[in-house]
Unconditional design. Structure first.
Length: 127
């Protein structure tokens, strides 16, 4: 049955975000590492994949997204305008993708992929 490694990337690995250059660069490295490890470990039955979350209103970025009164910041409004689903992700939104990637029966022939879970942010061209 093998086993599975699941890395956590970010949609900022595809398009660097302002104010978080180091974070975006590190997450791009996670993508590269995921693909390299997938090839390297494929011969011993280890699958390696990643999820790339979009914007989730969590403790990590709450101060960038909401002001002291809990109202959306200008940055927050811009993000939502560029997210076709029109909202921030909830951590529960990651569960289906994570379960799929770690389940060897559901995704036993899947390795080296990075799946965006971003409400369509990465797909949206802005027009």
């Amino acid at each position: 049955a093998g086993c599975s490694i699941l890395n956590i990337s970010s949609m900022s690995s595809y398009h660097p975000l302002t104010k978080v250059l180091g974070y975006s660069a590190a997450k791009s490295a996670v993508n590269n590492l995921t693909e390299w490890l997938a090839v390297h470990f494929s011969h011993v039955g280890i699958r390696v994949n990643a999820v790339a979350p979009g914007f989730f209103a969590t403790a990590q970025n709450r101060n960038l997204l909401f002001d002291a009164q809990g109202m959306p910041t200008a940055r927050s409004k811009k993000i939502i305008a560029g997210t076709p689903m029109g909202r921030f992700g909830d951590p529960k939104d990651l569960l289906g993708t994570v379960q799929y990637l770690i389940d060897s029966e559901a995704s036993g022939f899947v390795t080296g992929v990075i799946i965006p879970v971003d409400g369509g942010f990465n797909a949206y061209s802005g027009v």
